[in-house]
Structures are given as structure tokens and as C-alpha cells.
Write a protein that binds this ligand. Structure first.
Ligand code: KIV
Ligand code: ZN
Length: 522
């Protein structure tokens, strides 16, 4: 790698997925990992294998796909964690073991109850063991930004001597500011022998809204790997946002003199995939991937834009994969037009997926006059959830009258084609439809959250609903899309019910094994 090349280390599937409400099923993680490899990130941190059997399986499944990027797994400084990472990642031709231990005074005294020397000993032992299993070992002194500088330099020196090829400096609690972080990197460069032989990395959280700025300060000071997540998802206020940091380096190339290997035209589709899977949609004004990121409302701006786009636009929408022309499709649009639009929106579907998505498009075009880009994206994102059985929703009818209970009647079809029709009443149409679903399928859920997002524009826009429900002490998330929001919610709920039933039938690994209660915590 040239000295101006910055490696992009994506941790959406580890630090991002750890955030409340962002857990993903194995199948969803595989979809995201494939999208990340198409985005051409350098390293995918696929998970924390010792956290739960589900995490282990997901990291292994991703590594076994051998997608191209280095596949990395996180481990605490103990043999069991390190062995688990090795077992999970070694299927990928290029793999990495990432070990970490906290070093700040606060963590040493209150969390670990370990002395400074013990921490160095444990880090050295872990790195040495990891190096016996794998050439590519990364070490992170957790809470580095709140660690005494001279002690941090000692830890980093010991890690390099023990064989770490990447040393990452985490701002674990999002506490630092750019000028201070710059000083920290310069201090390490001055005080740590052989630091030029390894890759220095940066890992920032966004508690004070400075994760991207701090990461950029670190690369200015010599870091050549940035750890980040799609849409900036992650614990609390999140992590450094991949799309923002990558576009800052690209757009201000003359200032930074650096580049990444990311195919920026895949940024928007990857962002959409992650938000549709997690149900965490970026705010409209989010830089790079927000709905308004390239919208110009003020008359004076629109006038300038018409004269020359560069008056108010520092990036071109197509450079981030936002080729939304909002070209309208309708019920007379053919398969070719549909497939071309899907491609222009950045999705690569195989023949089977195209057919399935096209059928959904036809059904939608019957209900809705104009089909916009947002609708097509929603169809493609949800194509995976459609008809994966055992139950399929055939029809849903709801009746509401103010001050009276709502009524829902739905018909489900089972795997053998037999129909079941059930009616139920509830406080509102969603409650009535959910009750009918429970009665028809025999699966009782506790609804914890119901989130609605509009996929496109206008009164007949499709609603994308994400439900979070509890079943048997575990938390599950499901997605559904429809022009009718009660139907979208019912589809989301049915997706979860189907997963539970499939698991009952054949211990399906597709199950959301990442329920927080089953996980070891960092
Ligand atoms: O924020 C942090 O310190 C981490 C480490 C495990 C790298 O996520
Ligand atoms: Zn982190």
C-alpha cells in the first residue's frame, strides 16, 4: 500500500451491530458483508465470536464466503476468545485477529482492577498467542484517548514488540477533540520505537459529534487506517460514519493528499441496505446519505445550481451512488425498464431475485399510479423477506370507526396452500391485525416498538415498517413494506413469526441469535 493510501476498516457488523436495535440475523449480516465487499472496504470486522454462538456462526459464515476484504474478529486478551476468533475467521484467505484491553486509569481501577504492568503483560501474552495463529494481528488499547500519554506509549511499544501489525487508538467514549487527538498521535510517533513499521489506526465514537473530525485529525497526524461504520451506527451516539469520512478524504483530496480504495458510488445503496435492515434510518439532513443531502430548496441556491452545479454543490450525487432521477415507473413499465432502474439504483440482482422483485413491483403498480425510486429500493430491500414461509399473507381488511374497537380480518396461506381466515378486534387496526396474526399462527408476541418510514413521496407512498417484538424472552426485529401501513406492520410481524416457526421446525441458523441477553459484553 502506498503511503497516501488510507485503509477503511468497517466495523458495522461488530461495533455497529452492538448498538441497541441494530442486531442483525446471520442472513442479514451476510448481505451487509457482501455489500461491504462491493463497496471495496479493506477490512470487515465481522463480529465478536466469543460474545455468543450466533456471533461465532455469523463471523465464520462471512469468512467462509471469502469475499475479498480481510475478515477480522474481535477478542479480549484471553486464549478462549483468541482461539474462537481464529476458528471463525481462518476460512477467509486474508484474516485478522483483533485483541483489545482497556488502558485508561478509570478502566484499570474501576473495570479491570488491574495494575499497569498486569495490563501490559496480558496484552503481550494475547498478541503473542494471536501471532502464533495468524500473521495479521491488530491491538487496541481501549479508552486510549483517556490514558496517560507516557503509559499509552509504553503499551503501544510493548504491543509492537509482541508482533502487532496494526495498533489502533480508540476514542472509546467520544471524549477527545481534533487538536488534542493530533497531539496524541504526534506524541506516539515521537516516543514509540518502530512505530513506522506498523499501521496506526483510529477508532472514534461520536458522543460529542466529533468522530469524523477526530478521525481526520488522526490521519493528518499519520494514521493510515480508519475504523468506521455505515450510517455511523454504533453504541450510544455511534461511531465515525464511513460515508462521511471517505467523502471528506475524496472531496478535499488537495488538502489531505490521501485516498481510499472505496467505490463511492456504492455508498448510498449500502447505506440504504443497512438502514432498511436495522430500521435505523439516517435523519433527512445527514451528510452524504440523508434525503436532503443534495436537495436545494432556497430560490437563490436553485438559481445558482441552474447556472452551474458547483455554486452550491461540492460533491456530485452520482459520486455517492445517488442516481435517483425519480424517473417514474408505472403498471405499463416492462421487465427491462424495471431491471435497468434497479441497476441504476446500484443493486445487482440475479435472475431469480429480479423475477421476485419484478412480481412485487407489478403488484405495487396495480395499487399505486407512480412508482418512485424509493419504492423500488424498498421492494428490492424487502425481496428477501417475501414468501419465505411457512405463512404468506393473502389479504387483510381493517375497519375503524372512531370510539369503537377496530376490526381486522386476514387470510393466511400455509405451505400446502391451505387458507386460514381469522377476525379479531383491538384498540386500533394494528392491534387487531396483530391479534389476528397471533391467533392464526399460534405464536404470541409482545410488541415493543413499531417504526414507520416513508419509502417515497406523496399520499400513496409505501410505508416501511420495522417492528421489534419479544418472544420467549428474546428480542426480534422484522421489516415489512406496503402502501397500507397496517399491512406493512402485519408483514413485518409475520416475518418474525415465520422465523420463529422455521426455527421450531429445523433449528434454523437464520434466527436472531444476537438478542442482547445472550451476549457477552465488552
Ligand atoms: O470503542 C472501542 O474502544 C472499541 C474497541 C474494542 C476497539 O470498540
Ligand atoms: Zn468502539
Amino acid at each position: 500500500m502506498g503511503e497516501n493510501q488510507v485503509r477503511i476498516f468497517d466495523t458495522t457488523l461488530r461495533d455497529g451491530e452492538q448498538a441497541p436495535g441494530c442486531s442483525m440475523t446471520l442472513r442479514e449480516k451476510l448481505r451487509v458483508a457482501k455489500a461491504l465487499s462491493e463497496l471495496r472496504v479493506d477490512i470487515i470486522e465481522a463480529g465478536f465470536p466469543a460474545a455468543s454462538p450466533g456471533d461465532f456462526d455469523a463471523v465464520k459464515a462471512i469468512a467462509d464466503e471469502n469475499l475479498g476484504p480481510v475478515i477480522c474478529g474481535l477478542a479480549r486478551c484471553n486464549p478462549d476468545d483468541i482461539e474462537k476468533v481464529h476458528k471463525a475467521v481462518h476460512g477467509a484467505e486474508r484474516h485478522r485477529i483483533h485483541v483489545f484491553v482497556a488502558t485508561s486509569k478509570i478502566h484499570r481501577e474501576h473495570k479491570l482492577k488491574m495494575a499497569k504492568e498486569e495490563i501490559i503483560k496480558s496484552a503481550v501474552g494475547a498478541i503473542t498467542m494471536a501471532r502464533e495463529l495468524c500473521d495479521d494481528v491488530e491491538f487496541s488499547p481501549e479508552d486510549a484517548s483517556r490514558t496517560e500519554l507516557s503509559y499509552l506509549a509504553e503499551v503501544v511499544s510493548a504491543a509492537i514488540e509482541a508482533g502487532a501489525s496494526t495498533v489502533n487508538i480508540p476514542d472509546t467514549v467520544g471524549y477527545t477533540v481534533p487538536a488534542e487527538f493530533d497531539e496524541l498521535y504526534r506524541y506516539l510517533k515521537e516516543h514509540v520505537a518502530r512505530i513506522d513499521e506498523i499501521t496506526l489506526s483510529v477508532h472514534c465514537h461520536n458522543d460529542l459529534g466529533m468522530a469524523v473530525a477526530n478521525s481526520l485529525a488522526a490521519v493528518r497526524a499519520g494514521a493510515r487506517q480508519i475504523e468506521c461504520t455505515i450510517n455511523g451506527i454504533g453504541e450510544r451516539a455511534g461511531n465515525c460514519s464511513l460515508e462521511e469520512v471517505v467523502m471528506a478524504i475524496k472531496t478535499r483530496a488537495e488538502f489531505f493528499g490521501l485516498e481510499t480504495g472505496v467505490d463511492t458510488t456504492r455508498l448510498y445503496p449500502t447505506s440504504r441496505l443497512v438502514s432498511s435492515i436495522t430500521g435505523m434510518h439516517p435523519p433527512r439532513n445527514k451528510a452524504i446519505v440523508g434525503e436532503n443531502a443534495f436537495a436545494h430548496e432556497a430560490g437563490i441556491h436553485q438559481h445558482g445550481m441552474l447556472q452551474h452545479a458547483s455554486t452550491y454543490e461540492i460533491m456530485r450525487p452520482q459520486d455517492v451512488g445517488l442516481s435517483r432521477s425519480n424517473l417514474v415507473l408505472g403498471k405499463h413499465s416492462g421487465r427491462h425498464a424495471f431491471r435497468d432502474r434497479v441497476r441504476e439504483l446500484g443493486f445487482e440482482l440475479d435472475e431469480f431475485e429480479t423475477n421476485r422483485a419484478f412480481q412485487e413491483f407489478k403488484k405495487l403498480a396495480d395499487k399505486k399510479k407512480d412508482v418512485y425510486d424509493g419504492d423500488i429500493e424498498a421492494i428490492v430491500m424487502n425481496a428477501d423477506n417475501v414468501s419465505s414461509g411457512p405463512w404468506t399473507l393473502k389479504s387483510l381488511e381493517t375497519h375503524t370507526l372512531s370510539e369503537q374497537p377496530a376490526q381486522a380480518t386476514l387470510t393466511l396461506i400455509d405451505e400446502d396452500g391451505a387458507e386460514t381466515t381469522i377476525s379479531a378486534t383491538g384498540d386500533g387496526p394494528v392491534a387487531a391485525a396483530f391479534l389476528a396474526l397471533e391467533q392464526a399462527t399460534g405464536v404470541t408476541l409482545v410488541l415493543k416498538n413499531f417504526e414507520l418510514h416513508s419509502a417515497s413521496v406523496g399520499e400513496d407512498a409505501q410505508g416501511e415498517v420495522t417492528v421489534t417484538v419479544e418472544y420467549d424472552g428474546k428480542s426480534y426485529r422484522g421489516n415489512g413494506t406496503s402502501v397500507d401501513i397496517v399491512e406493512a406492520g402485519s408483514r413485518a410481524c409475520l416475518e418474525v413469526i415465520n422465523r420463529i416457526l422455521r426455527r421450531r421446525q429445523r433449528d434454523d441458523s437464520d434466527i436472531d441469535s444476537t438478542a442482547s441477553m445472550e451476549r457477552a459484553t465488552i
